[in-house]
Design a binder for this molecule. Structure first.
Ligand code: AMP
Ligand code: GLY
Length: 423
């Protein structure tokens, strides 16, 4: 069969790599893709929001299955657009992707169905929000309702900071129309875990756990980024926690969406905080996480196409997920200055060192081909992933592989997976 993957980052490179292992797939396309993906798939220069061109392309090339990976097109109805033309697509429809598209929606859903999460209030007006803050406990968390490139969350330690935050989200529209509404929620403490899961709208199958590192600098300092590295599994995500989450979070979320007439088929990403009073939901995403996918998918033994088709067809109850009993660590190589200001267009050397190595991957995030060379083309450039029998070995393998690659202004955190030592 022919498969089209929509997207262009490290996550999409990890998905394309998993698809390339399926014995059922004869050809892979990616729109728009990047220089690394181009080694496995034919890239088509079509933007992820150009639904007319994407669906025309899928019809012309007789694509059997399209995988929509990023949040923006999912929330805007990419899967609906493919289905309207009689095409098969993996991912939630717009009415279900709202689970990520509106934080106010997801908080109300959790409240209605008693799914553990931080206490909160939703606001449509800055005046009301400012009034509420006067009697609120600090620190407090402000969230723009809509999609904001993962940056729409402000943690405020003082009333002054919180007031400034409300103004910048709702009045100055720092995150654009994503800030027309906002959520103000209780600050929680604990360890964070990401659990990605496949669902067909009834059955949910969680994948192995992972942990992200969102801040730009060592010691979790600096600005929030799209993610500077990940490891999988999380040693803090025990069997007991998994059982609790299945019963109180995962299955109830899928059932709640179905009960609301918003059947969710695709990947639900649970961002969890393991608090003293049990696991609670920080956020939902309606897709694979990035860079979580870069440590989770290489450990999966299933044929990803079988699993995705079962999600679409409602037969996921027939599938058990199978993960290697090993570990993976991903260190993101970024352009110095990310996430604020950075230069692009530098030649990347050493990528050939990954050729023919099963347990090392250089997933391309922001790269492109220029005159036959692979050059940097984004803030996050590569996700260097290595596997190992355990987390410590995987981490040392990943940092070894980080040295194989070079480009001007190469930057990475040196403490990805530090938490492993505290386990
Ligand atoms: P989100 O995009 O909702 O995952 O938020 C981004 C990051 O902000 C999370 O990964 C947490 O580190 C932090 N965060 C979000 N909500 C809370 C909360 N209620 N309490 C503490 N930290 C939070
Ligand atoms: N790594 C977090 C995300 O994909 O949103």
């Amino acid at each position: 069969m022919k498969v089209l993957v929509v997207g262009s980052g490290g996550r999409e490179h990890a998905i394309v790599t998993a698809v390339s292992k399926s014995s059922r797939v004869s050809k892979i396309y990616c729109a728009p893709g990047n220089a690394g993906i181009a080694g496995l798939a034919e890239c088509a220069d079509i933007g992820v929001m150009d639904f007319d061109k994407l669906t025309d392309f899928a019809l012309k090339e007789k694509i059997d299955l399209t995988i929509v990976a990023p949040d923006d097109p999912l929330v805007a109805g990419a899967v609906d657009a493919f289905e309207a033309k009689g095409l098969r697509a993996f991912g939630p429809r717009a009415n279900a992707a709202i689970l990520e598209g509106s934080k106010a929606f997801s908080k109300d859903l959790m409240k209605k169905y008693h799914i553990p999460t931080a206490g909160y209030e939703n606001f449509d007006s800055a005046d009301e929000a400012l009034k509420y803050l006067e009697t609120a406990k600090m620190p407090i968390v402000l969230k723009a309702d809509g999609l904001a490139l993962g940056k729409g969350v402000l943690i405020c330690n003082t009333l002054e900071e919180a007031k400034e935050g409300v103004k910048s989200i709702m009045l100055d529209k720092q995150f654009g129309s994503a800030g027309n509404r906002m959520v103000i929620e209780e600050f929680m403490t604990g360890r964070e875990v990401s659990v990605l899961s496949f669902t067909d709208g009834k059955t949910i199958r969680p994948m192995t756990s992972a942990q992200d590192h969102k801040r730009a600098m060592d010691g979790d300092k600096g600005l929030n980024t799209g993610g500077m590295g990940t490891f999988s599994p999380s040693p803090f995500y025990t069997k007991e926690i998994d059982e609790f989450c299945m019963k109180n979070i995962y299955q109830p979320t899928v059932d709640a969406m179905a009960a609301e007439g918003r059947e969710f088929k695709g990947v639900i990403f649970f961002g969890l905080m393991l608090t003293e009073s049990g696991p609670k939901v920080l956020e939902y995403n309606a897709r694979f996480g990035d860079p979580e996918a870069q440590v989770v998918l290489p450990r999966m033994n299933n044929d990803i196409i079988d699993v995705m088709e079962a999600c679409i067809d409602g037969t996921l109850d027939k599938i058990e997920l199978d993960f290697e009993d090993n570990a993976a660590v991903c260190v993101v190589l970024a352009s110095n200055g990310y996430p604020v200001k950075y230069e692009k267009g530098f030649k990347i050397s050493g990528l050939e060192k990954f050729d023919g190595k099963d347990s090392y991957f250089a997933f391309h995030a922001g790269t492109k081909l220029k005159d036959g060379d692979v050059v940097t083309n984004g803030g996050r450039v590569l996700g260097i992933t290595a596997m190992g029998p355990d987390l410590k070995q995987a981490r040392s393998n990943a940092y070894e592989a980080v040295k194989w690659v070079d480009f001007d202004n190469k930057y990475c955190r040196s403490d990805i997976g530090k938490a492993i030592d505290e386990a």
